[in-house]
Design a binder for this molecule. Structure first.
Ligand code: 6PG
Length: 225
């Protein structure tokens, strides 16, 4: 099963700051040990403030390699693209080499986008850190309840997401679990039921992420019953 460690914070600022410090610490460790830091970003609204803090952080950006856990099949410059959000909040403002920022080419459509991203991920070892969000229905990345996910590939197409837009590309659960660390960022009362299910052992998509070292769940505004 999944090993999960739960951390509650008492303000938005506290969870943002703790996430920032954890990311920077993992980056330093990875760069000292292996000369590179490989991070997979979460989409949605929750991580945006952390990205805005990273924009002003001091780090050895030349050693960072950035991926996305999912993206929406919309034009690359569409305001709902996860890759655009991350660029505007953070990546465009720091010195990460352009060829180390790996957007999902979701604008090419789910099939072609997933195939291209699977190629991008090919031969890459363990990620250092995967950031994930949690949807109100328990989804994470674009792994939605009731869908069947293709775990035979590193990235797969989604055609009927209940959260718009319907078409997406997502990294697979198996590939997301091939990582040294995972942080789930979970804020707001809307996530309460999903958290209750998760903690009481009801299967939700978030519980299929099972890295060997377990996952850390950072929570604000949700009670740990
Ligand atoms: C996306 C996501 C998705 C997100 C959750 C939580 O593209 O929408 O990657 O998995 O992380 O839906 O979203 P919020 O942080 O906006 O609640």
């Amino acid at each position: 099963g999944q090993i999960s460690r739960w951390h509650t914070f008492t303000s938005q600022q506290a969870i943002n700051e703790a996430t920032l410090q954890r990311i920077l610490a993992l980056a330093e460790e990875a760069i000292a040990a292996r000369g590179a830091f490989t991070i997979v970003l979460a989409g949605g609204n929750t991580p945006k403030q952390v990205y805005e803090l990273l924009r002003h952080a001091k780090a050895d950006w030349s050693k960072w390699h950035v991926y996305h856990n999912d993206d929406r099949c919309l034009p690359a410059d569409h305001p709902e693209r996860n890759s655009l959000m991350a660029r505007q909040a953070w990546l465009d403002h720091v010195a990460i080499p352009a060829d180390q920022i790996h957007d999902i080419p979701a604008e090419r459509g789910p099939v072609e986008g997933a195939a291209a991203y699977a190629k991008t991920l090919q031969g890459l070892g363990e990620f250092d850190l995967v950031l994930l969000g949690l949807g109100e229905d328990g989804h994470t990345a674009s792994l939605f309840p009731g869908h069947t996910w293709d775990d035979s590939v590193d990235a797969f197409p989604v055609y009927n997401s209940p959260k718009p837009p319907a078409e997406r590309v997502s990294i697979s659960a198996r590939r997301l679990s091939h990582t040294r660390a995972v942080i789930f960022l979970v804020t707001g009362a809307g996530k309460q039921e999903a958290v209750n299910n998760w903690r009481s052992g009801v299967a939700i998509p978030a519980t299929v992420i099972k890295p060997a070292n377990g996952v850390d769940v950072y929570v604000f505004g949700v009670a740990l019953n």
